[in-house]
Design a protein around this ligand. Sequence first.
Ligand code: CP
Ligand code: NVA
Length: 311
Amino acid sequence: MPDFTDIGVLDYATLRQILDDANARKRLRDGLPRGAPDADRPLAGRILAMIFEKPSTRTRVSFDVAMRQLGGQTIEMSGSTMQLDRGETVADTARVLSRYVDAIMIRTPRHEVLDELAAGADVPVINGLTDRSHPCQVMGDIMTFEEHRGPVQGAKIAWIGDGNNMAATWIQASAKFGFHLDLACPSELSPDADILSWAQAQGASIQIVGSAADAAAGADCVVTDVWLSMSDETPTSAAATTTRQELLRPFQVNSEIMSLAQSQALFMHCLPAHRGQEVTGDVIDGPNSVVWAEAENRLHVQKGILNWCMI
Ligand code: CP
Ligand code: NVA
């Protein structure tokens, strides 16, 4: 069965097909009440299991609503409400869930758990965020960029901040979608070296630059994310958090940084955001910010992903 585990393992035609489906479905819903199903309800009779081992607002609600609008249903679980936290293996859990449901979406702090689940399941498995990547989000981000600025191919995207799971996913996307990516991260918080080497071996146009200003210069889109990701939260000390914040402070996206980008440059953030840390309020709430469109497009992109996996 097709799994949606990472942008890097899918071919461009598949990624484009998912985006085309998402865009078409978004257009067809113009004027419909939010609760109304899509006209064709392609997933009628299908069930998606959603496992959350970490908190979520957007991923939880957008997958649930996407399934309902496509005619299907969801079951939501967490490690602690399943037998996973009492020692049942991921592989056994995968085999059992495959007897009940049509697909599984999981948010887990360890990417290895996602891979184990995908290996053991007979139904499609979707990555709802791991410590390594967040492919559903970046698909929504590419959709949002193209909606506002046209084809992403050849554009210049600036990643500024922590070299975290979102940075790694933008790196994978750069290799697949053919946009230039400049990343400015503290050297102590550099993006995943294996993913970076993989992308460079694919011929991706990616540079690690020394400062937020260097990344932002001439960019068509500036992207950032929280300074402390969910997988970094434990175990940590107050001192470690302070050090992290000190390292990241020069990588804040503020109006001075945005002024170096193209005048129409978009600002993106997957949310949740911390105004005053990775981004200032005037930028995230300003005219170039498309963060609410990004959040909405999660719904449309989940539909493209679910349809591709299950039909
Ligand atoms: N951007 C995102 O994945 O948000 P949630 O953590 O709320 O799902
Ligand atoms: N990098 C963040 C993204 C949240 C959607 C995290 O992993 O917590």
